[in-house]
Write a protein that binds this ligand. Structure first.
Ligand code: SF4
Length: 381
């Protein structure tokens, strides 16, 4: 996946001139963005001050669905508690889930430990350098593999997260679609664009794209007026053709008008970036996006609440389902079959994902269904 001269798109004679122009533009954008990054980049971020592959893996997993500001304090304490991949691999899973408190999407804690265990057992506790070996680790998707290859081993490997995708698209292609297509083919196309755009200093380039996307080239309302790339940006040029008063605001309006339903941009992650998720979790998120239920009514919210309640128990403590229900919802009625069925389904999902453990029960061996669950105690794994 490394960008080489051979990775240039093959040009027909009619498009050759355009590609030469594109290559010149690319060089100019490299120099503008890298100069901006040298002065304005977020060099203070702790994961930029290390090349330890394990520390970078931890950062990448934490940053997948949590904002930088929330990750910062947890990152240091997590690495204090689990300073090496072996320490993490050998820790009780409950402890890892406890240390994840405040970051949300607890499944990532379990996945991270699974990765640590695979590396500990299969790679003598050293994360592999090769992209194919990184991707072969269960729980590591193409985005995370590319980030480790580039940010830990400084290999010229392109990777695409939501910020990188948005900036690359706007700069080289124009105003982005109001709704990103989520297919595998589109993800491959974006990766090809990222590979084509990659300069020699891949590390700084990709960090710079992320920083520009996080601070200036914002999703809803980009700050084009402050952008170092405004003169070279395709989206900005397109906006200038459409209005006498180009701005980030105008760009966002043209972008949103493209969607007939008038919905705002959905910044769903590129297809492969979510590879660490279980199919059930992805399906659940899709369903929740479509139904647009308030967050506090979603199963993701209640999954998080169950884990939080269990996290607060002393290590030897556990709960019955009858005790858990009212702690989750004030309107929970233990004698209502629909409420019990809802709770059982919720807990089953958490057990399947390794976030909850069923503890010793005095349920009769032949019991099943409601009777079985009424005897169950649950705790962290
Ligand atoms: S000019 Fe605007 S759209 Fe283009 S990269 Fe800068 S902030 Fe993004």
């Amino acid at each position: 996946m490394a960008r080489t001269a051979e990775s240039e798109p093959t040009a027909s004679p009619s498009t050759e001139r355009l590609l030469i122009m594109d290559s010149r533009k690319r060089l100019r954008i490299h120099s503008l963005l890298l100069a901006w990054y040298a002065g304005e980049g977020r060099h203070y971020l702790p994961w930029r001050r290390t090349r330890d592959p394990y520390a970078i893996l931890v950062a990448e997993i934490m940053l997948q669905q949590t904002q930088v500001e929330r990750v910062l304090p947890k990152y240091a304490s997590f690495l204090d508690r689990f300073p090496t991949i072996d320490v993490l691999a050998e820790a009780p899973t409950a402890e890892v889930i406890r240390a994840w408190s405040g970051l949300g999407y607890n499944l990532r804690a379990v996945r991270l430990q699974e990765i640590a265990r695979q590396v500990s057992e299969g790679y003598a506790s050293r994360l592999p350098r090769r992209l194919d070996e990184l991707i072969a680790l269960k729980g590591v998707g193409r985005y995370t593999a590319g980030a480790i290859a580039c940010f830990a081993f400084e290999l010229p490997v392109a990777t695409v997260d939501t910020n990188i995708r948005r900036v690359l698209w706007r700069v080289f292609r124009g105003i982005e679609p109001a709704l990103w297509p989520g297919g595998v083919r589109e993800a491959r196309d974006l990766l090809s664009l990222a590979e084509w755009a990659l300069p020699e200093d891949a590390y700084s380039w990709q960090q710079a794209l992320m920083d520009l996307g996080a601070t200036i080239c914002l999703s809803r309302r980009p700050l084009c007026e402050r952008c170092p790339l405004a003169d070279s940006c395709q989206a900005y040029a397109e906006t200038s053709r459409l209005t006498l008063f180009p701005s980030g605001e105008a760009l966002a309006q043209f972008r949103d008008k493209r969607e007939k339903t008038g919905r705002a941009v959905a910044e769903n992650a590129p297809h492969y970036a979510g590879a660490a998720e279980s199919p059930q979790a992805s399906q659940q998120k899709r369903v929740e996006r479509v139904t647009s239920a308030p967050f506090t009514q979603t199963s993701r919210y209640f999954r998080g609440r169950v884990v939080e309640i269990l996290r607060r128990l002393a290590p030897e403590e556990s709960l019955t389902m009858a005790e858990l229900g009212p702690l989750l919802r004030s309107d929970f009625a233990g004698d209502a079959p629909s409420h019990t069925a809802w709770l059982v389904k919720l807990v089953q999902g958490l057990v399947r994902d390794g976030l909850v453990r069923l503890l010793e029960t005095d349920a009769p061996p032949e019991s099943s269904g409601e009777e079985f669950w009424s005897h169950i105690r649950i705790g962290l794994p």
